[in-house]
Design a protein around this ligand. Structure first.
Ligand SMILES: O=C(O)CCC(=O)C(=O)O
Length: 259
C-alpha cells in the first residue's frame, strides 16, 4: 500500500517512540481542516452553555454528554483549549478518520490489518493564550478503560506551521520503552497523570517543528508535552488515537472502524 510504514520508519518508531511525515496534506486540505475546526470551536462554545462545569486544579472543564471542553487557564477565560472527542461534531473531521494516509501507517503501528478509532481531540493553542501541556504519557489515562493500551498509537495532524515560539509539540525520545511510568506527587488533582521527572530524561525532548499538513505519530507510552504559545500565531492540532478494529471508543462506547 502506498502509505504503509517503511522498514526504516518502523524501526525508528520502535527506537524513538515517534515518527514524523511532513507535507502529507496539501495547503487546500489544511485550509478545509482549519475551517472545520473553527466551526467546531463555535459549536463547542455554544454546547458548553448547557453542560456540567467543574474545575480540576483550578482549570475549567465542561462536560456535555460524552464531550469534554477544556478552557484556557486564566480564571475568567472563555477561550477553548481542548475539545475531546471532536470528530463526531463535523463531517470533514469524521472523514479524516478514514484517510489512507493515516490509516495505512496506523495499521502497522497498531499491528493489525484493520483498525478503529479509540479517541480524538482538538488542541487549539491560541496565540498568546494557549497554555502548555506538562510532561505526561497518555497510557496512564487509558489503562483503566482498555486492555490493549500498548496498541493505542496517536497521530497529531499539524494544522499550522509549528515552531518553538508557538509552543510546538514535544516528545521525549526513547521514553516509551518502560510502559506506564509513575506520576508526580505534588498534591495536585491530576498528579497521577504527569510523569515523574526522575523517570525520563528531559534533555531527550525533541521539538516537533513541522509545517502545517504534517503528521507526527507517537506511542501511547511516549512522554510528551509542550510549552505555552507566546507568539501571535496559532498552533492548532488534531490528535487521533487508533486501536484494533471492533473495539468501542473511549468516551461514547460506540465502535468506529476506520478505512
Ligand atoms: O498539543 C500539545 O501540545 C500537547 C498535546 C498532548 O499532550 C495531548 O494531546 O495529549
Amino acid at each position: 500500500m502506498p502509505f504503509d510504514l517503511t522498514r526504516d520508519e518502523a524501526a525508528g518508531y520502535r527506537l524513538d517512540g515517534f515518527l514524523i511525515r511532513t507535507h502529507v496534506f496539501s495547503s487546500c486540505e489544511v485550509a478545509e481542516l482549519r475551517d472545520a475546526v473553527e466551526r467546531v470551536a463555535v459549536l463547542a462554545a455554544k454546547l458548553s452553555e448547557t453542560g456540567r462545569t467543574y474545575r480540576l486544579d483550578g482549570n475549567r472543564f465542561v462536560d456535555v454528554d460524552e464531550l469534554t471542553i477544556q478552557f484556557e487557564h486564566s480564571p475568567t477565560s472563555e477561550t477553548i483549549r481542548v475539545i475531546e472527542p471532536v470528530r463526531q461534531l463535523d463531517a470533514r473531521l469524521d472523514a479524516l478518520v478514514d484517510d489512507p494516509r493515516i490509516v495505512q501507517p496506523m495499521r502497522g503501528l497498531v499491528g493489525c490489518d484493520d483498525v478503529a478509532l479509540w479517541t480524538d481531540k482538538l488542541n487549539l493553542k491560541r496565540p498568546h493564550e494557549g497554555s502548555g501541556f506538562r510532561w505526561h504519557q497518555d497510557s496512564p489515562y487509558w489503562i483503566h478503560d482498555s486492555d490493549h493500551v500498548d496498541q493505542l498509537p496517536n497521530v497529531l495532524v499539524a494544522l499550522d506551521d509549528a515552531t518553538e515560539a508557538n509552543g510546538c509539540f514535544r516528545v521525549v525520545r526513547g521514553s516509551h520503552t518502560r510502559g506506564c511510568l509513575p506520576g508526580i506527587a505534588d498534591g495536585s488533582q491530576l498528579e497521577g497523570f504527569f510523569t515523574h521527572p526522575a523517570c525520563f530524561d528531559e534533555a531527550q525532548q525533541v521539538p516537533m517543528v513541522v509545517p502545517a499538513g504534517s503528521l507526527v505519530f507517537f506511542s501511547p507510552h511516549a512522554v510528551h508535552g509542550s510549552f505555552p504559545n507566546a507568539s501571535d500565531q496559532p498552533r492548532r492540532a488534531l490528535v487521533m488515537t487508533y486501536q484494533p478494529a471492533g473495539f468501542p471508543m473511549l468516551k461514547s462506547g460506540i465502535t468506529r472502524n476506520a478505512g
